[in-house]
Write a protein that binds this ligand. Sequence first.
Ligand SMILES: [Zn+2]
Length: 489
Amino acid sequence: MRRKKMYPELIALGGAATRPQNGEKRPPIGGSAILLRYGEFGFLSDCGAYQARGKALEKETEQVIFDYKTIGGEYKIPIVKSLMNYLKQEDTLLPAKSDSILPDFSILNKVRYLIILLHHGHHDHVGGLPVLRKMLAGKGIRPIILATAPTRDFCKQAWTDQLKIMANKGQRSGYDRIMMYKLLKEIQIVNPGQTLSFGPFDITLIHAGHILGALSALVKVAEKKVFFTSDISFNNPLIPGATICSLDNVGKLDYLVSEFTYGKQRKHISKETESNRLINDVRKTLEEGGKVLIPALSIERVEIIFEALRQAGITKRWPVYINGLSAKISAVTYVRYGIIDSEIEKHFVENINQSYTIARSNNACVMIAPAGMMGGGWSVYFGSQWASDAKNLIAFTCYQIKGSPGYKLLTMKRGNELKLGDENICLRAKIRKYSLSAHASGEELEAMIERLKPKKTLLVHGEEAQIDNFVRSSVKNAEKMIVGKRYTI
Ligand SMILES: [Zn+2]
């Protein structure tokens, strides 16, 4: 009997559009995990988790103490001495229910040999791995897991956050700290420029420019070439420690799997111009005696914003605070890699009491705090305290998904009411948005597609309507990737 010819296929487990008949409708951003399968072999591009609704801050008065632990004998990672304090402190987005935060791992059923590349350390790209690792162990599969050293550091941050969140809600996270540390040790450290072979796959790693340690990947299998951008940036000189993506060694492609987070924003916006606009607005607000809240992503955005404020002399003239444990851990990581100055640590809010004092004080100041969309964490609390005063400014610096409190604030009229955390606020403060995004613009994505000339482009990690628009109006052979659908290469 003749055997059927085997073709590689791409299948999204998460991080793409969902068909309503697949059951629960999930957001198209979050839970990034794209499988390239060839027979029993799989290459998994990212293994993220979804983020969902926030929860009110819990009162906690004790200080969190940092210590350092050496992992794998190579480098140090910050740990928190007082775990119980850490577990009680609330500063990130919360999943609606534990099992709803994961991509559809059942799609991996036919895979016996798996290599997983964690492209960068954001939660939506790495948060699903501990549970997947446990599931695979139950089936006797030991995956090879690849990441850069900074991504491994950020993984610890993302996974610990997730444990803390689940513990807060009395939910089972599917893994514990011992498993997490074992998993961190299992990660094989890789670097941009390397090519690795695994079964039928040749995997070349390329700087993605998105955050410190971020990678894109070119994968060759059965004489086909697939390029996974994950999150990518071609032009953001402000990102500390990141090397922008160069497509010089990618060549012509069969398939391109590309992010579309900011694809709707056609033109590339100069980050320097946006950063200057932010600085000017912050300075004006402070000079007029107002307070500034900058909701920020923990990893990379906090550092960009702080550096911009420091270089503009604002940190010398006015109090500038950084709040939220994940933001502090991220900043410590950047300091440890020698990318930013340790001065940032002097600006950490030390404990919850200090947060309340700052919130009630009449003094002009700047508070940088996660979460970036105000879906949870300290940005919600400070938003609830400061949004009703016309002197104040809330400055958003990252993507605001539809339905998030950040999106609502940006689109609502002044004088209207909104529930933020436990408070009903009447919006009077100035609400502005600054594009400091570490993602490619629509124009840049189109130029990439034009240059690489893939036979097909699958768009992921973007709003569905915007992807549909882009596909209709401008780009040949591009389509919206759908979770669970098989794309034969
Ligand atoms: Zn990212």
